[in-house]
Ligand binder design. Structure first.
Ligand code: UDX
Ligand code: UDX
Length: 464
């Protein structure tokens, strides 16, 4: 089986970049990315490449190379499904906000809608690839829907989880540590489908980095990878509190343990807490699956990673309040950074949202500057928590396009995202325009404590 035409449902942070690279590396395959959201598709088709709907370093170059050649963005979902031999499902799978598994399980309604639509439209055999992160055994449900509502054609389901991290997505896609493909190798059609997908990646990924497993191992590996990564962040964050209480320095500890080749240096950067669309959702999912199987100790073990993350965010907010003489009412606090990490405009589950919420509870006036996040996104994020009226949120939370204006007259600055540009600011100038004493809470430990203290700031990093 040689694939000539691919359709991807979902033009988001995962579908957009992934399909761009697949198209770039496979000029002989037509790749059509479709989405229900017409505005998103229009943005992907924007002539001005700075207007693409997501910000990801290097993405514009790949899009400009492939778009219009063999990469297309369209709202014609049925047509794209009909034409493709292989369909990627890359729609979002948020945590359920209702019913059974509320707050924990993944909401699969979009996945089911996609499966039903594929079944309805398909008049020839299709390989359906799960790109979205899904709970173990979702493939079984998709297979059932396809087989029972389809037009009698053959569907092969593969799991091909995404390991790209935002901000480094293009590098992660171009030189992935591994590509994981789960499929049914006991069946001839299954083996063919697996090979067809292996061939697509083999255009640029060395064969030894393409792993094939059974579908369930693949689905579970994705959840587990994110759970392990998040666990490292929670582990180092938990130690930051211990360091603060004892006089040890968490960055020194991280360096010392990271040089142990068995532990390794990555994902030991202390922070105000992890965010992003995946970590919390995937762990909750793992916890939910374990609980449903009666594995309570397993569930509790992973749940603690989330408990620690929430604690770290709360602790940061409480420390600001306590340090500002236990009252922040009416005080201006400047946030530098709102995205959940640097080099992305994505704010999903960003620690900044929760820290802001805690400070607004205490009537602080927050002024945000983020190089890539829009003012309307910031309002949407805080309103999404549903803590108070939108008018009240607007009263307490503002944003600026210039960091110096954002810092004018502030009692404190809090760094929430590790954007590189923060290091290049004229901190002397910022100090001059702030209220005194000028406090700086570095939630990412990115600034130079000694330099800032020499200027006159009262500097509080994390974990020392
Ligand atoms: C991805 C994965 O799919 C998710 O499982 C993973 O855990 C996080 O990353 P992401 O690409 O980040 O999701 O989501 P998002 O940027 O929200 O994109 C999803 C797109 O799918 C949206 O543009 C949405 O409009 C579209 N969509 C959703 C459809 O086209 N059809 C639907 O039925 C539902
Ligand atoms: C993650 C996974 O890394 C990726 O493989 C998967 O496909 C999707 O989920 P992403 O959420 O984009 O990617 O970002 P990641 O770099 O993993 O960071 C997640 C959060 O952890 C961020 O808020 C980040 O700031 C935080 N983090 C990361 C730390 O606080 N300390 C660290 O040392 C590393």
């Amino acid at each position: 089986m040689k694939i000539k035409s691919i359709c991807c449902i979902g033009a988001g942070y995962v579908g957009g970049p992934t399909m761009s690279v697949i198209a770039q590396k496979n000029p002989h395959i037509k790749v059509v990315v479709v989405d229900l959201n017409a505005q998103r598709i229009a943005d992907w088709n924007a002539k001005d490449l700075t207007k693409l709907p997501i910000y990801e370093p290097g993405l514009d170059e790949v899009v400009s190379e492939a778009r219009g050649r063999n990469l297309f963005f369209s709202t014609e979902i049925d047509k794209a499904i009909d034409e493709a031999e292989m369909i990627f499902i890359s729609v979002n799978t948020p945590t359920k906000t209702y019913g059974e598994g509320k707050g924990m399980a993944a909401d699969l309604k979009y996945i089911e809608l996609c499966a039903r639509q594929i079944a309805k439209v398909a008049k020839s055999d299709k390989v359906v690839v799960e790109k979205s992160t899904l709970p173990v055994k979702t493939a079984e449900a998709i297979q059932n829907i396809l087989d029972n509502t389809g037009n009698g054609v053959n569907f092969q389901i593969l799991s091909n989880p995404e390991f790209l991290a935002e901000g480094t997505a293009m590098r992660d896609l171009t030189i992935p540590d591994r590509v994981l493909i789960g499929g049914d190798s006991n069946d001839n059609n299954g083996r063919e489908a697996i090979q067809a997908l292996v061939d697509i990646y083999a255009s640029w990924v060395p064969k030894e980095n393409i792993l094939t497993t059974n579908v369930w191992s693949s689905e579970l590996s994705k959840l587990t990878a994110n759970a392990f990564l998040a666990q490292r962040v929670s582990s180092i964050n938990s130690l930051s509190e211990l360091c603060e209480a004892t006089g040890a320095n968490v960055q020194e500890v991280a360096k010392a343990i990271g040089m142990d080749s068995r532990i390794g240096p990555n994902f030991l950067q202390v922070s105000v807490g992890f965010g992003g669309s995946c970590f919390q959702k995937d762990i909750l999912n793992l916890v939910y699956i374990a609980k449903s199987l009666g594995l309570n100790e397993v569930a509790d073990y992973w749940n603690q990673v989330i408990v620690m993350n929430i604690h770290q965010r709360d602790r940061f907010a409480k420390n600001i309040i306590k340090t500002l003489y236990s009252t922040v009412s009416g005080k201006k606090i400047t946030f530098l950074g709102w995205a959940f990490k640097k080099d992305t405009n994505d704010t999903r589950e960003s620690a900044a949202i929760y820290v802001a919420d805690s400070l607004i509870d205490e009537e602080a006036k927050i002024n945000v500057y983020d190089p890539k996040v829009t003012a309307s996104q910031i309002q949407t994020d805080i309103n999404y928590l549903n803590t108070r009226s939108e008018d009240d949120n607007f009263k307490y939370l503002k944003s600026e396009n210039d960091p110096y204006i954002a810092a004018e007259g502030a009692h404190a600055i809090a760094i929430l995202t590790e954007w590189d540009e923060f290091k290049t600011y004229d901190w002397q100038r910022i100090y001059t325009i702030m209220q005194k004493p000028a406090f700086l809470f570095d939630g990412r430990n990115v600034l130079d404590k000694e330099v800032l203290e020499d200027i006159g700031f009262i500097y509080k990093g994390i974990g020392s």
